[in-house]
Design a protein around this ligand. Structure first.
Ligand code: CDP
Length: 235
């Protein structure tokens, strides 16, 4: 049984969030997204020449994304180097961005996306994807929509939004974690993973609660981008 959340949040409540764009002067686009104690920075370079050349596509751009955790982002110092987990997360973020960015408008080019997690308390792939989508918009890339991503799941008997690491590790009754990425205005899911076991009915409820959370994240993303572009037009 999990009747009250460790941090006293309601079951459908997100952790406190912060979002900003245009924070890295040397990148074409950048963003920071923080949700509770999970924080991600994203930098976008391009569209630029494809290197190595053989990866070039004549009819569209390619996205190359790399996710990394800073050594101090977790209690036990994250190991340096690109491990299987980093590889998997880089790939799922790339796949999601491929659905959001209009690649056909930038043939023969490459978009390099770098995401760094500075603090990790679960949900880093979702925070990274949320930041990466904002950074793509900040770079002025043509996009079908932003991606707003959040993990939801089931802790004990309770469907929960935006799990913490402490909740993910809940043993009594088990924990299921479902990272979900949405194109909110298109009502499309571009990321859906499942770590654990749930019934089909519960999965529907988890996606529904995730969608409500993503709508709030989307508002924050749009507000951050509006702030950035209105500041730019004033200067
Ligand atoms: O971060 P996310 O939930 O997307 O992916 P995960 O692989 O399920 O990792 C869950 C959490 O485990 C991370 O957010 C970190 O809080 C923690 N973790 C860690 O403490 N040390 C690592 N080397 C990797 C993850």
């Amino acid at each position: 049984m999990y009747e009250e959340r460790f941090d006293k949040r309601k079951f459908d409540e997100l952790r406190p969030m912060e979002a900003e764009t245009g924070i890295i002067p040397n990148a074409n686009g950048s963003a920071r997204f923080k949700i509770g104690n999970t924080e991600a920075y994203a930098a976008v370079y391009g569209p630029q020449e494809v290197k190595p050349k053989h990866l070039e596509k004549v009819d569209r751009a390619i996205i190359m994304c790399r996710y990394d955790m800073m050594p101090f982002s977790v209690p036990d110092r994250a190991k340096p180097g690109f491990d299987r987990r980093d590889m998997e997360i880089s790939e799922v973020i790339t796949n999601s961005l491929n659905r959001a960015v209009i690649l056909e408008e930038m043939p023969r080019s490459m978009i390099d996306v770098r995401v760094y997690v500075s603090q990790a308390d679960a949900g880093t792939r979702c925070a990274s994807l949320t930041a990466a989508a904002m950074a793509c918009a900040d770079a002025g890339l043509p996009m079908r929509d932003l991606v707003a991503a959040v993990a939801a799941g089931k802790i004990g008997d309770s469907i929960c939004l935006d799990l913490t690491k402490e909740e993910e590790d809940f043993h009594e009754g088990g924990a299921t974690d479902v990272p979900i990425g949405f194109l909110p205005s298109k009502n499309e899911i571009v990321l859906l993973q499942l770590d654990g076991k749930v019934s089909r009915e519960d999965l529907k409820k988890i996606i529904e609660i995730g969608k409500i959370g993503a709508a709030k994240i989307y508002e924050l993303q749009k507000a951050a981008l509006k702030r950035r572009f209105s500041n730019e037009s004033q200067s």
